[in-house]
Design a protein around this ligand. Structure first.
Ligand code: SF4
Ligand code: ZN
Length: 352
């Protein structure tokens, strides 16, 4: 059944709960049995009409229109406060077919930013097929109306195999191989096509979970780069931003459902057992007990980072350690970058 018709038949909350990721995202009261009854009697905090969604961390409830304004305001605040980009900049959004990145593309277009998108097809069977379908559908039905362009990069076409096969060839975990390839291709295409900035759909839950992991292991180097805006520190690096860092996963799922954005509901099959999911679960429990915990944790970290002037440190450090890869020219700390090394190992393995 097409998504829009399905959405009309099912209550909003039930639809959000169909998402596989809702198992890890409903930390703010959405799962409680009394929740649906409670929201049925609540009015929008702003306009006093019937509310469709309650946001405990903001102690508020919203109707559809006021919720959309709230989401757009949060993204606009993120862009302005972190000096991410302006109305004349060209932005490239990395889209996966999931709720966050498609919501981000939608929001930036509606806010009037010149935003194109890049989808990287990882070659993970049915999952990649259906996620590409969702991206192409959104591109044709929504983004094209704003004159926005969708770029598609297919890993199999360039690497000769999908991400799982490549990982096996180089004897590395699939997600680490995937990370290397995606980072490389996003940066390459952003730089080659002359975009001013590259945006990703990381949300508050993603960033809080990542921060928890980095703090638990005291990974100072990663902590330095956990801000939502990383400068283009050297030639060959695109500026990278995360305009959704003020919004929670369930808020973005709700945004997609309310606005008829059809996204791929299944998680990537390779995500099973990922440590990040455990961190999200732990944070969701804390959030249920004490709404606003994730926000306090991540925003508090950003506030402390701001006073220590991390961006300058990153710029200085990158400039003193990075130089062009001898094979492809992208910035790297070694003689050849990790992508070129990975591809060389995959080619050797195929030849052998
Ligand atoms: Fe890539 Fe792993 Fe994420 Fe799947 S779960 S998209 S393989 S990093
Ligand atoms: Zn290289």
């Amino acid at each position: 059944m097409p998504f829009a018709r399905l959405a009309l038949r099912m209550p909003l909350l039930a639809l959000i709960h169909r998402s596989a990721s809702c198992l890890i995202m409903c930390g703010a009261g959405l799962q409680s049995p009394g929740y649906a009854r409670m929201i049925g009697t609540m009015n929008c905090t702003r306009c006093k009409t019937k509310a469709v969604l309650k946001l405990p961390r903001h102690n508020a409830a919203f109707c559809k229109d006021c919720f959309n304004s709230f989401v757009h305001d949060q993204v606009y605040k993120a862009i302005r406060s972190q000096e991410m980009f302006g109305k004349n900049d060209r932005i490239l959004v990395a889209v996966s077919g999931g709720k966050d990145s498609l919501a981000l593309w939608d929001i930036l277009l509606k806010l009037g930013y010149k935003t194109d998108a890049l989808y990287v097809n990882l070659g993970i069977g049915g999952y990649s097929e259906s996620s590409q379908e969702k991206v192409v559908h959104f591109s044709k039905t929504v983004a094209a109306g704003y004159g926005a362009v969708l770029h598609i990069h297919t890993v199999e076409r360039e690497g000769g195999a999908g991400i799982r096969e490549l990982a096996m060839m180089v004897h590395r975990p699939t997600c680490s191989t995937c990370g290397t390839i995606k980072r490389y291709q996003f940066n390459r295409i952003a730089v080659e096509q002359g975009y001013d900035v590259m945006a990703t759909g990381h949300n508050l839950d993603d960033e809080a979970a990542r921060l928890l992991g980095n703090v638990l292991h005291w990974q100072n180097e990663y902590l330095e780069k956990q801000g939502p805006s990383l400068p283009a520190s050297v030639d060959g690096f695109a500026k990278k931003v995360k305009p959704l860092y003020r919004l929670a996963e369930r808020e973005l799922a709700a945004y997609c459902v309310l606005n008829g954005i059809d996204y791929v509901v299944e998680e990537c099959p390779m995500a099973q057992g990922a440590r990040t999911l455990l961190y999200k679960e732990v944070l969701n429990r804390l959030e249920t007990e004490s709404p606003g915990t994730k926000q306090m944790f991540y925003w508090g970290f950003l506030e402390k980072s701001r006073t220590t002037e991390m961006p300058t440190n990153i710029m200085e450090k990158d400039r003193s350690t990075l130089h062009p890869c001898s094979l492809c020219g992208q910035p790297t700390t070694a003689e050849t970058c990790s992508y070129c090394k990975l591809m060389a190992r995959a080619n050797t393995s195929t030849a052998g």
